[in-house]
Design a protein around this ligand. Structure first.
Ligand SMILES: Nc1nc2c(c(=O)[nH]1)N[C@@H](CNc1ccc(C(=O)N[C@@H](CCC(=O)N[C@@H](CCC(=O)N[C@@H](CCC(=O)O)C(=O)O)C(=O)O)C(=O)O)cc1)CN2
Ligand SMILES: [Zn+2]
Length: 768
């Protein structure tokens, strides 16, 4: 009998219930008790949605982040929050979100101002986790209470619980040594706590524990490989069975290592690691479970069940009881329930599966394998029909787009002149001061803006009134920038729900959901649009808004677009052609928009590529191929403009050292980056590379409500000027301001503009 299980279920709730519960608790509108009770209800609901599986994950629920949960389980709290006197959950949120001294007057002095834990991307996904912090002196101490309570809840509900934890080697790999010590040296201290945790789970009656070690799909040097031997040898005599789970990629050279560790079972990603499966089966030990992740946990397409069964049937014959099936990874990365979509085009909807539907597919596969395909004939026939309909649909294929793609020449991706020549012409036209100031695009997305949009979408507000409201926001934004004295303006992005979804909604080849929410971090969610077909731009997407904004001011208004690589990486994309092809189709659409903006008199155009780095393959050996087509796609968007048109790009969350050549190759006239939290260290890469074009190193952290001081900004810019010639420097925040409030933005930008003026009188004269 083939068994089925799940690695993790989306916890935010089908209608973002957890988001609203959290925010109401944080705002003081509900009690801790209410929040805890709500968490219980949500877990119950999610376990019920997984009924019929042989094993259901427990411990995948987190109020903020599963990595932060693990840090608490291991007693690894940052030093700065250890003296907290209040409730553990409040301390957990303090690490997650930080707390400014001003915002916590009620707390004793020792419990007030605390910096938030650093957040970073979870592998190649759009999910962000809280980075564990280590020092050489870090000690671990088990707190299994969260897991044991959730296990007891599951048990009381008759759930076949399989606790999920992050494995010790991946846990160390995900963290950061704050004192630059060697974090792997902590392994001997960490392992006894893991052993104790497994013992506690065994005592609670647990049979299987899923222990996640996704770093096995990355390139590991000998010491990290060795850490796996040490760790799993140490844990090999525990009383529970360990299912070592890997996902997001191929084991490749780590296959032998993963297959031979002393654990009771191994889960592999049979979608992204498809090429491992044959080799694994060939050498599979007689006493081990092999779990194949055959349902894609990263996208929203229906699985071709008949094709999967063709390949699984012989494997099931061979492995018998030892074969388990699951989604490729946790379903955290897909929306909860397709049944909630009322407006999705029926044809496209018939091609899709969200989390609940994916588990339904798993049940069909198990029945087909265990009882024969006839037992689920109707389901398999319907699935075949849907797969074929999608494959043959005229809506997927657009010959004109294919022809335009075939016509791409290297010329298309090349500006007419070199940066040096362009810079002279742009300077003559724009007449900007030294250290020009600008912002990254968005201004506060107020609840009035969101409410207006929500009413427009539900038909309560007509289009004309909605547009009026947005124009009102844009003109407010222009007025504020005039008053602040910024140099290059933005329109503020009021009309955009999200920088990617907004473009998806306007491009042909895209569908979008009403409630397809996916957690990005904490209570923040995104609704990735669904790219199902060849991409084209039926009409200009931003020209009216940007043109309106420009009409209100004599200052240059920066046109604001999202780049093709970022649109690709933050959408659910088709799986029937290479990503590079889809990306170039997006590039042609954005190129047309760039040219329309230029024609409308917009002289500065920013094309955001915030997700360029995130799209890097997990294995470095595949980086160059990705960077080649990603950079070319960006250059296609800009290659058609006149020398006088100034192209900006923006990237946040990026480490640049190892991709600086590709960044330079993008050849934007100016790039704005996030640097304030790293104290300008991220500029090292640009300095060593002698990066020739304009750079705006972010001068303050927009994730924090704190207001930066003029002196602090001047000091940061002086640091920047030690690395980069002053005439190349711009002054701007780290990222867009959409998550901030106006009362935070105005004082912060006031300080920034004052700092730029000071810099002009001090550094400005000596610099040239
Ligand atoms: N796609 C994408 N990925 C990204 C980022 C990004 O900006 N976009 N940034 C980074 C992550 N940072 C993020 C920062 C903020 C939010 C964010 O604020 N998300 C919003 C949702 C944004 C959105 O789509 N809003 C819609 C829907 C608004 C809404 O909730 N409306 C209410 C009613 C209005 C109200 O009362 O507020 C409803 O429909 O019920 C809109 O503006 O139209 C949220 O979680 O709250 C998400 C990610 C990395 N990945
Ligand atoms: Zn950004």
């Amino acid at each position: 009998m083939t068994k089925i299980h799940n690695l993790g279920f989306p916890r935010i709730g089908a209608k973002r219930e957890l988001k609203f519960a959290l925010e109401s608790y944080w705002n003081g509108e509900s009690s801790r008790n209410e929040l805890e009770t709500f968490g219980k209800q949500l877990r119950r609901r999610h376990w019920q949605a997984q009924s019929g599986l042989d094993w259901v994950p427990v411990g995948d629920f987190a109020f903020y982040d599963q990595v932060l949960d693990m840090s608490f389980t291991l007693g690894n709290l940052p030093e700065r929050v250890r003296d907290f006197h209040g409730d553990a959950l409040d301390n957990y949120f303090r690490v997650a979100r930080g707390r400014s001294a001003q915002s916590a007057p009620e707390a004793a002095a020792c419990c007030s101002g605390v910096a938030a834990g650093e957040m970073t991307k979870w592998f190649d996904t759009n999910y962000h986790y809280i980075v564990p912090e280590f020092t050489a002196a870090t000690e671990f101490k088990l707190d299994a209470s969260r897991l044991l309570e959730q296990l007891a809840e599951a048990k009381a509900q008759g759930i076949a619980a399989k606790p999920v934890i992050i494995g010790p080697v991946t846990y160390l790999w995900l963290g950061k040594a704050k004192d630059d010590s060697y974090k792997l040296a902590l392994l001997p201290k960490l392992l006894p706590v893991y052993a104790e945790l497994l013992e506690a789970l065994a005592n609670a009656g647990v049979e299987w524990v899923q222990i996640d070690e996704p770093i096995l799909v990355t390139e590991l040097d000998a010491v990290w490989q060795n850490a796996f031997h040490t760790a799993y040898q140490h844990l090999s005599d525990c009383q529970v069975k360990l299912l070592l789970a890997t996902y997001f990629g191929q084991l490749a050279e780590n296959l032998g290592l993963a297959a031979n560790l002393p654990v009771a079972g191994l889960h592999v990603d049979a979608i992204n690691g498809r090429d491992d499966v044959e080799a694994l089966i060939a050498q599979w030990p007689a006493d081990k479970v092999l779990s194949l992740g055959v349902i894609n946990g990263r996208n929203i397409w229906k699985t071709d069940l008949n094709a999967v069964l063709d390949s699984l049937e012989p494997i099931a014959q061979q492995l018998g009881e030892r074969l388990w099936l699951a989604p490729s990874c946790s379903l955290l990365h897909v929306p909860v329930d397709l049944d909630n979509e009322q407006k999705l085009d029926a044809e496209i909807k018939s091609w899709l599966a969200f989390a609940k539907q994916k588990l339904g597919e798993l049940r069909v596969l198990a029945t087909a394998l265990n009882q024969g395909r006839d037992a689920v004939k109707a389901e398999l026939d319907a699935n075949r029909a849907a797969i074929e309909a999608r494959r043959n649909s005229a809506r997927v294929n657009n010959p004109a787009v294919k022809a335009a793609l075939a016509d791409i020449t290297p010329q298309l991706a090349r500006r007419k002149s070199s940066y040096a020549e362009r810079a002279l012409k742009q300077a003559a036209l724009l007449k900007l001061p030294k250290f020009p100031t600008t912002t990254i695009g968005s201004f506060p997305q107020t609840s009035e803006i969101r409410l207006a949009r929500s009413q427009f979408k539900s038909g309560k507000l007509d289009e004309a009134s909605y547009k009026d409201a947005m124009r009102g926001e844009i003109s407010r934004c222009v007025r504020e920038q005039e008053a602040l004295g910024l140099d290059v303006f933005v329109h503020g992005e009021a009309e955009r729900n999200d920088m990617v979804e907004y473009f998806g909604e306007q491009l042909d080849g895209y569908a979008f959901s009403q409630a397809g929410w996916v957690q990005s971090y904490g209570s923040r969610c995104v609704k990735p649009p669904i790219l199902f077909g060849d991409i084209s731009r039926p009409r200009p997407m931003t020209v009216e808004w940007i043109g309106y904004a420009q009409s209100l001011t004599d200052k240059p208004m920066k046109g604001m677009l999202t780049g093709p690589v970022t649109i690709l990486n933050w959408s659910f994309v088709r799986d029937d052609q290479p990503r590079s092809v889809t990306c170039k189709q997006l590039a042609l659409a954005i190129r047309a928009e760039v040219l329309d903006l230029e024609k409308a008199g917009i002289g500065v155009i920013q094309i955001d590529e915030a997700a360029l780095r995130e799209g890097l393959p997990l294995r470095q050996s595949q980086w160059q191929a990705y960077l080649d087509w990603a950079v070319e796609s960006f250059r296609i968007t800009t290659g058609g403009v006149a020398d006088e048109t100034q192209i900006h790009t923006h990237m946040c969350y990026s480490e640049f050292n190892d991709i600086i050549a590709a960044i330079a190759d993008m050849d934007a006239d100016a790039i704005t980056i996030e640097t304030s939290r790293s104290d300008m260290e991220l500029l090292d890469a640009f300095e060593h590379f002698n990066y020739p074009n304009g750079i705006g190193p972010g001068v303050y952290d927009i994730h924090s409500p704190n207001i930066p001081s003029e002196q602090h900004i001047v000091a940061l810019m002086c640091k920047a000027a030690e690395r980069i010639p002053a005439e190349q420097l711009w002054v701007n925040p780290d990222c867009g301001l959409k998550t901030r409030q106006w009362h935070e933005v105005i004082p912060a930008l006031t300080q920034m503009v004052a700092a730029a003026k000071t810099l002009r009188t001090t550094l400005g004269r000596s610099a040239t």
